[in-house]
Design a protein around this ligand. Structure first.
Ligand SMILES: Cc1cc2nc3c(=O)[nH]c(=O)nc-3n(C[C@H](O)[C@H](O)[C@H](O)COP(=O)(O)O)c2cc1C
Ligand code: SF4
Length: 678
């Protein structure tokens, strides 16, 4: 038996968990009509098959009608959930993993203008900044109803064959009762700690009455809100002890912080550039103080830290949730001693940010996650070996090369620069985002293991490509910043990339015109303002940086709000003229004829990229497919068979920003979806 602390079994009541790694509750928003159907099941089964010990399904599965979904959560208040859940549980059990589910009532952390349009309830009228609903102050009949709803939902999960449940008590109704910040009720539901805890204990007692003593019931709870007037560390420890003493629960899953603003949520679930495992020691303190089986997750993204958490006795089960979104086969690789092969979670938080914008959780650099029904996490070998040439070693090109090499093809990559990485290399120049280079390094290591040939310093034209005698050519040349968007003065501006690459000296008084709304404008503003420049970001949009989603915005704001950075919304840069040694910018508005002028010493434009597509258009007429893609085959996982020019001796395909400016996920998705079937 292995001596790896991570691979030791853990006994939780009657349940034996096969190792110490779990996936904590996270709603990927794959539910259909509120039910965990095929896609949801495939997602969890993939991870169960690869060896994770426990998968905590759902995230905030909802126990009541007046807790409508905020990100397509599972509706645990419906009886039909039992059948769907049972299929998921059985399939994961067949793969040796235990399965539980997180249940909750969101309280004020949702909206009233959803589903049944019922008023949102909370133990005070205080609004939650993130979801904005002004709640109704909860009444006695609501309390009685919701306690029964919890018990009903728990019973449904037991009927589905679940190994246990976890109640969510951070930022949701349970701890909205606990916290003086959100509970202004009188006794018996508010005031002293005994009264603030009453609702939670009534819920737990009602659940126990329904599911009995053997069923596993745990709590994911806040141990320290880290907010003025909230649950303090001492009170959190006291709550943890009382939970233990109640004998009603079987494990604690520790959270530190509060989640009612985007910024606070980011401290609970840190993103790239923030400390690794910031709450691990605190979770260890709760374990020590209570002696309870203790779980915890918060940016424990690498196996070494996870191993430390167990070896040092800080946790019983370590949550590696985004790490499993990035690499569902993480545990298999640990078990097989192939930790170097683990696709790293780079903390880009594309997964979580997307669900807050109504999308599904997708990993920035694993396009197969959430698409397990159509995209393989392990690439099958091709029947026939082909020669594949990839032009461009950015994320899309490297993904194409990796997938082609895993198919067993002979792969050559041509790259104009002296290093791989494309736009990611520019992003990773920011020390806060340096970890992004993992997207490139992991692919390079996988390609090198499979004998992919790289030619750097090679600006490919048709002849260079044809000299490799390819069967297939993948053009992944990316794009170049497009700044020629002004009525006059295009020659007087530079791009955000010019600033980030260090190709243009920073000005002192800078206008950034951001018409793309993505990272480069903010990254340039961050860089410029750190160097002492005054920066005004002007956008024609009504929100700034609309493509930089909620939690990704937090580190930028934290850095820039203390500096000379201002935002001007709903204005468009029309033209720039020289005025002595300064630049005069004329701004207009999409809303009317208003005009403004301003003086700066530098104007930066962020307006996305235009494709670098010369080599594609040179190759296209020579190719057998004339560049055409069969979209039906592409989306259904079929074989590309268009050959309108049978004379051609190769096919050419374009992916990523070489087609149109999009993002890293799109480039990697393009590559995987196409090349897995070549
Ligand atoms: C897409 C997504 C959805 C999540 N939804 C929930 C949720 O509903 N309930 C919950 O307690 N935690 C939720 N989380 C937080 C995770 O359980 C976990 O605490 C967090 O991702 C930090 O752990 P990690 O660094 O290992 O990913 C979610 C995380 C992600 C990525
Ligand atoms: S999107 Fe980013 S944070 Fe989320 S799993 Fe992928 S790499 Fe990790």
């Amino acid at each position: 038996m292995s001596s790896d602390p991570l691979l030791q079994p853990f006994h939780l009541k009657h349940l034996t968990l096969r190792n110490r790694v779990m996936i904590t509750a996270h709603e990927p928003a794959y539910a259909e009509e509120g039910m965990p159907k095929e896609r949801y099941r495939a997602y969890h089964v993939e991870r169960a098959r690869a060896g994770v010990a426990l998968t905590m399904t759902a995230g905030s599965a909802l126990v009541s009608r007046d807790s409508p979904p905020v990100f397509n959560n599972i509706l645990a208040w419906k009886d039909e959930v039992v059948g769907w859940m049972k299929q998921l549980v059985d399939a994961c059990h067949d793969e040796g993993a235990a399965v539980m589910i997180q249940l909750t009532h969101l309280g004020r952390r949702t909206r009233w203008d959803k589903d049944d349009w019922l008023p949102v309830v909370a133990p005070s009228h205080e609004r939650e900044a993130a979801h904005r609903a002004f709640p109704k102050r909860i009444e006695d009949w609501d309390i009685a109803r919701i306690i029964e709803d919890y018990a009903d939902a728990a019973e449904r999960m037991q009927a589905a064959g679940m190994d246990g449940i976890e109640l969510e008590a951070y930022g949701h109704l349970l701890d909205q009762f606990w916290s003086p910040r959100t509970n202004d009720l009188d006794a018996p539901w508010g005031g002293h700690l005994d009264d603030r805890l009453r609702f939670g204990f009534d819920v737990l007692r009602a659940i126990r009455k329904r599911v009995g003593d053997d069923f596993i019931v745990g709590l994911r709870h806040v141990g320290d809100e880290m907010a003025a007037g909230g649950i303090s560390r001492d009170e959190g420890l006291e709550i943890s002890r009382r939970l233990r003493d109640s004998g009603l629960i079987d494990f604690l899953n520790v959270i530190r912080g509060h989640i009612d603003t985007d910024a606070a949520l980011t401290d609970v679930i840190p993103v790239q550039g923030m400390a690794s495992a910031p709450h691990l020691d605190f979770a260890g303190e709760i374990r020590k103080a209570t002696g309870m089986p203790t779980f915890h997750a918060a940016r424990i993204a690498d196996v070494a830290t996870a191993r430390h958490a167990i070896a040092a006795g800080l946790l019983d089960m370590v949550g590696m949730t985004r790490a499993h979104i990035a690499d569902p086969h993480l545990m298999r690789k640990v078990i097989e001693g192939r930790e170097d092969d683990i696709r790293p979670c780079v903390g880009a938080n594309y997964c979580l940010d997307r669900i807050y914008q109504g999308g599904m959780a997708l990993c920035l650099h694993n396009a197969a996650t959430g698409r397990e029904l159509t995209m393989p996490q392990v690439i099958p070998a091709a029947a026939t070996k082909r020669r594949i040439t990839v032009v461009g070693a950015g994320p899309g090109g490297l993904e194409a090369a990796r997938v082609a090499a895993e198919r067993g093809h002979e792969v050559t990559v041509l790259e104009a620069a002296d290093q791989p990485g494309g736009q990611i290399r520019l992003t990773a120049r920011d020390p806060r985002r340096r970890v992004m280079i993992g997207i490139i390094d992991w692919r390079m290591a996988q390609c090198e293991k499979r004998g992919v040939r790289f030619h750097f310093h090679t600006l490919a034209d048709a002849d260079t490509v044809l000299a490799t005698t390819p069967d297939e050519v993948i053009v992944a040349t990316g794009g170049l910043p497009h700044v020629e968007v002004l009525e006059a003065g295009n020659d007087l501006v530079c791009s955000a990339w010019d600033i980030l690459a260090g190709d243009v000296k920073p000005g002192q008084d800078v206008l950034i015109f951001d018409d793309a709304g993505d990272h480069p404008a903010l990254q340039a503003a961050d860089f410029l303002s750190a160097g002492g420049s005054a920066v005004e970001i002007v956008t024609p949009d009504r929100n700034f940086a609309p493509e930089v989603m909620t939690m990704n915005l937090v580190p930028y704001m934290r850095r820039m709000q203390g500096r000379a950075v201002t935002f001007t919304l709903a204005w468009r840069l029309l033209s720039v003229t020289r005025e002595g040694n300064r630049l005069r910018a004329t701004l207009g508005s999409d809303y009317g004829d208003a005009r403004r002028t301003r003086s700066f010493d530098q104007v930066v434009v962020n307006h996305g990229t235009r494709p670098l597509d010369e080599v594609y258009f040179e190759l296209k007429p020579l190719s057998s497919n004339l560049g055409a893609v069969d979209y039906e085959a592409l989306t259904d996982g079929g074989i590309q068979s268009l050959r309108p020019n049978p004379e051609g001796r190769f096919r050419v395909f374009r992916i990523g920003d070489a087609v149109a400016a999009r993002n890293t996920h799109a480039a990697i998705h393009d590559a995987l979806r196409l090349v897995k079937d070549l």
